[in-house]
Each structure stands twice: as C-alpha cells, then as structure tokens.
Design a binder for this molecule. Structure first.
Ligand code: A3P
Length: 331
C-alpha cells in the first residue's frame, strides 16, 4: 500500500476512541487463544500494539540525526540493533565495558510503537536522548510517521528469507505458549495463515517490498540488509557498509586495529546468547529474553517444512516479489 492510501484520519484519533475503532477492523487470530491481529493500514497489527502504533504516528518527531532500525519480526532485529549500537558507540564505551555486555539490545535500542509509545497514560520523553537516537520499529514503510519520511533521518531495514523467518516466528510463539500454558499452534496452521499474509506486521512480502522500493528510490535514506548476506560475509563488508550508512565509518587505523572484528564478535549470536542479560529474565512484552536467541542459522526451515509446503511458499513469494528485483537466499 502506498503512503497516499494510508487512512491518515485514524492518526488524529483520541485514545478513548481507539477501542471502538478497533472493533470496526477485520480481525484474525493465528489460533484460538492467541491475541487478535487487526487489519489496519494494510498490515496485521497485534491488538496489544495498536495504541502504540497510533501514538507513535501521532506524536513522534524525527530528527535528522535519528537512526531507525526497521524489520518484520524474527528477521534479525536483535542482531541489527546490537550492531548499530556497537558501531555508533564504539568510542564512547570501548569493548570491555560495553553496555551490550550487560543489557539486552532491545533495552538499548527500544521499539517505538511496541515499547516507547505503548503506555496509554504517558508519552515518552525522547527529547532528552542524545544524538544520534537509535530507535526501532516493526511498522511497514507506508505506516511510518510522516516526520520519519520527511526528515533526514536514516532507516536500516533488515530482511530475512521468509522460510527461516516463518519458522523462527513459529518457534517464538510456541515457546511463549509453553511458558504461559497457552495454545500450541500447529505448524501447518501457522504456515497456512502466513501464506495468507496473516502474521504480526505481515504480509511479509508487502513489508519487505515497502522498504525495498524505498531503498531503491532513496538509497541514502534506506539501507536494505539481508540476514543471509550478513551471515555469510566473512570479510565483514556489511559492517563497513552499515557504519558508513549510519555516519560512523571505520578509519584506516580502526580497520588495522581489528575494531570491525571486535564489533562482529561482540554482536555475534554465540556471544550475545550466553550473556546473562540475554538469557535470564523477561522482556517488557512478557516473553523470556532467551527466546530472542534460538539457532541463528540460515536454512533451518528444511527441518520443519515439507517439500510441498516449501514449494507453495516459494511460488507465493516469487509471485508477490515478481518484477521487484528483490530475491532471498534460503539456504
Ligand atoms: P532463529 O529463531 O532462526 O534462531 P529478531 O531479532 O528479529 O526477533 O529475530 C530473531 C532471530 O534472529 C532468531 O532466529 C535468533 O536466533 C536470531 N538472532 C538473534 N541474535 C542474533 C545474532 N546476534 N546473530 C544472528 N542471528 C541472531
């Protein structure tokens, strides 16, 4: 959906009108007992995040210096947040006392609609945050607040092949349900809903295409990264590219001194997963921090999807992305 099609009138809605408005929207849920997803502005918005979305759209004022990490859930958001934080703050903290060693990446780089703007009674104070503010969103490009698009702020979008993203998402739901004695959604059903585009912030293809097209139109504004490319890039070229895009390029001395490798190690799956800050306790959303770190691999989906499921999803994604130039490596 193009920005011009977004029903902007919703954005001026008062908090007490939101529940009533929500009831007018088409809704689905992945399975009996899971939260409703509401079809809003062309995407499936989790019920609990709706107020945060409206408030973020209504109140957020971007600065030219802001750096926004964007993604569909389970695409490598945690990793990207860690990388951006480590790059931007490398001279401030160094590597032995880096906040990433003691705090979860989502606490250091909070979500706008799913964290900062969630509270119905208070607006966040973002004015006191020092520049550059590193913030995050799962919203599709079309639904971003106008000030993000109109300002000079930059957006890093991390994408992942839909096969692994789907399986990662399913595991995430499953783990949460196991913890809360909730329903265990069968994979076949989750898969079917996914192919219909019904999943948090989906459809996957619309989400990816929104940012993909924006990155083609304005590559200085939107950097489009792929999880698989980052995983296989042993020369860490993606880190250099990211640092340049964020406005914090590595100097020749830093390259020689191994600063890029240090950042890569600090933010690696293996390092982050075992830190106490990431394997004990719960996130604000109520789920275990440890559920953010599962396998961190490319191609794990082959252990779950049958050949016919894989074929169906492949065809569907190819059809949806046809002509866009966007492709994904799935193994
Ligand atoms: P898997 O479930 O396939 O293991 P998000 O951060 O967007 O929620 O995505 C979560 C996925 O990224 C999970 O994938 C998780 O294991 C993986 N992940 C988390 N931290 C990572 C890191 N530092 N490097 C690579 N993958 C990471």
């Amino acid at each position: 959906m193009e920005q011009k099609d977004v029903p902007r009138s919703c954005i001026s809605m008062e908090a007490d009108q939101e529940d009533e408005f929500l009831q007018t929207l088409p809704r689905e849920r992945i399975w009996e007992g899971t939260p409703y997803l509401y079809h809003f502005q062309g995407f499936w918005c989790p019920s609990w995040a709706f107020h945060g979305v409206i408030s973020f759209q209504k109140h957020f004022q971007a600065r030219d210096t802001d750096l926004i990490i964007a993604s569909v859930p389970k695409s490598g958001t945690t990793w990207s947040k860690a990388l951006a934080f480590a790059i931007v703050n490398r001279n401030r903290y160094g590597f032995t006392a880096n906040p990433l060693l003691t705090a979860n990446p989502h606490d250091l780089v909070p979500f706008l609609e799913m964290d900062l703007y969630l509270d119905k009674n208070n607006l966040p104070n973002l004015e006191d945050r020092s520049d550059p503010r590193i913030l995050a969103t799962h919203l599709p490009y079309a639904s971003l607040p106008v000030s993000i698009k109109d300002s000079g702020c930059r957006i890093v979008y991390v994408s992942r092949n839909p096969f692994d993203q789907l399986i990662s998402h399913w595991h995430f739901l499953l783990k949460r349900s196991q913890e809360e004695a909730g329903p265990l959604v069968p994979l076949e059903h989750f898969f079917d809903m996914y192919c219909k585009g019904v999943h948090s912030n989906g459809p996957f293809w619309d989400h990816a295409l929104g940012y993909w097209n924006a990155s083609l139109e304005n590559p200085n504004k939107v950097l489009f990264l792929k999880y698989e490319d980052m995983k296989e890039d042993v020369n860490l070229g993606y880190l250099k590219k990211l640092a340049v895009f964020l406005g914090f390029p590595f100097s020749a001395d830093e390259e020689r001194d191994g600063v890029i490798e240090q950042i890569s190690r600090l933010c690696s799956f293996e390092n982050l997963k075992v830190l106490q800050a990431n394997n004990t306790g719960k996130m604000k959303g109520g789920f275990q921090k440890s559920s953010l770190f599962r396998k961190g691999e490319v191609g794990d989906w082959v252990n779950y999807l049958t050949p016919s499921m894989a074929e169906r999803l492949k065809n569907q994604v190819e059809e949806k992305l046809a002509g866009s130039g966007l492709t994904f490596k799935a193994s």
